[in-house]
Design a binder for this molecule. Structure first.
Ligand code: ATP
Ligand code: MG
Length: 361
């Protein structure tokens, strides 16, 4: 690989708050990003992701708190001294400059000598596989190609930290996946500490070494993709990564390896005993739509009768909205073609091993 391996930079976000008038966009946030990490900020629209990146980049001041690159505090130093590369949400290329000039711009700003500039632009374009389009203008490129120019422009300056704000959001599903793989390779090759923003959970799980899930300016959970996926800490995180069925109740007894849960509507479900929860604990049980089975017959336990309200066939899977005998809406996804129409009566099986226990807040 032609490009130099990145400097080691740890990014420490310490009690950072940003207010816009009455709105607190980012609220006392703490995130410790190790050198070389691929950290994703995952959260719904308006939760403060772009605001947080903008403060790291230096186009927005913090209202309170501190940001460090290694042991150097950077939140009050000017943007051009921070050495950060950023791909913006709308990737904002200069329309009147060629691909090559767009990528070269940051090096000119940094007064890198011409020879060196040419070499580094060529390397960066090669890295994103756009060398052959160096003389085109942005309007002569597809969305995905423009995207890659924006990426080349951010990495050519060899930033200490790379910030990527939903860089794949304008691409079609296939290109999005291709670019995702390219990004992953790029990160493996360059090792630049990267902070990536998305509201797409699949993208977050696939790309990241760590994920920070945010809601209303507050970090809800930080962990590896596996930790977030298998052990979401609260209702918000669970829901955001696809656990869309929640049952509220408490544990009423033990049965061998199981804890027995009783819902507010008085139905019982067995859950694997996690050794943490006790009889009497008030909890939420949650399960993903794809982990609920539809059966013709009732299962011996953890069975629930229901009626199909609507079915939604989307190629590989069919989604069902089911009204349970307890008048709750339950979402179920099954592989393959829809075979139950609205009004059909079925039995659901909620396998104890797929039920997750979450504390009530
Ligand atoms: N310049 C501003 N002035 C006033 N309020 C702002 C400003 N920028 C952001 N906000 C508010 O701060 C909150 C966080 O905005 P931000 O752009 O960081 O969200 P986001 O997580 O990036 O959302 P999206 O996924 O839609 O890009 C929102 O409520 C937004 O309306
Ligand atoms: Mg944003």
């Amino acid at each position: 690989m032609a490009q130099a391996i990145a400097e080691n930079t740890r990014v420490l976000i310490k009690n950072v708050t940003r207010k816009f008038g009455e709105t607190t966009a980012v609220d006392s946030t703490n995130i410790d990003i190790s050198s070389g990490e691929f950290m994703t900020l995952l959260g719904p629209s308006g939760c403060g992701k772009t605001t947080l990146l903008s403060m790291i980049l230096g186009i927005l001041d913090v209202s309170d708190g501190e940001i460090y690159f290694n042991s150097t505090r950077i939140d009050y130093i000017p943007m051009h001294k921070r050495d950060v590369g950023m791909v913006f949400q709308n990737y904002a290329l200069f329309p009147h400059m060629t691909v090559e000039k767009n990528v070269e711009f940051g090096l000119e700003m940094r007064k890198v000598p011409k020879e060196e500039r040419k070499k580094r632009v060529a390397e960066a374009l090669e890295l994103v596989q756009l060398g052959h389009l160096a003389h085109r203008f942005p309007k002569e490129l597809s969305g995905g190609q423009q995207q890659r120019v924006a990426l080349a422009r951010a990495i050519v300056v060899r930033p200490k930290v790379l910030l990527l704000d939903e860089p794949l959001s304008n691409l079609d599903a296939k290109l999005r996946k291709d670019m995702r793989i390219q990004l992953k390779k790029l990160h493996q090759d360059l090792g630049i500490t990267t902070i990536y923003v998305t509201h797409d959970q699949e993208e977050a799980l696939s790309l990241s070494t760590k994920v920070a899930v945010m809601s209303f300016g507050v970090v809800q959970q930080i962990g590896t993709p596996k930790e977030i996926f298998l052990h979401p800490k609260n209702h918000f995180v669970a829901n955001f990564i696809g656990y869309t069925n929640f049952f509220k109740g408490k544990f009423v007894s033990k049965d061998g390896d199981y804890l027995v849960f009783e819902s507010e509507q008085k139905y019982k479900l067995k859950v694997e005993d996690d050794g943490i929860h006790q009889i009497g604990d008030e909890v939420l049980l949650t399960i993903k739509p794809e982990n609920i089975k539809i059966m013709e017959e009732q299962a011996e336990f953890n069975s629930m009768k229901g009626k199909v309200i609507v079915s939604d066939y989307v190629g590989n899977t069919t989604g069902y909205e089911i009204e349970s005998e307890y008048k709750e809406k339950v979402k179920v996804n099954v592989l393959g073609l829809e075979s139950y129409l609205a009004g059909h009566e079925i039995n659901l099986f909620l396998d104890p091993k797929n039920l997750l226990i979450i504390n009530q807040e």
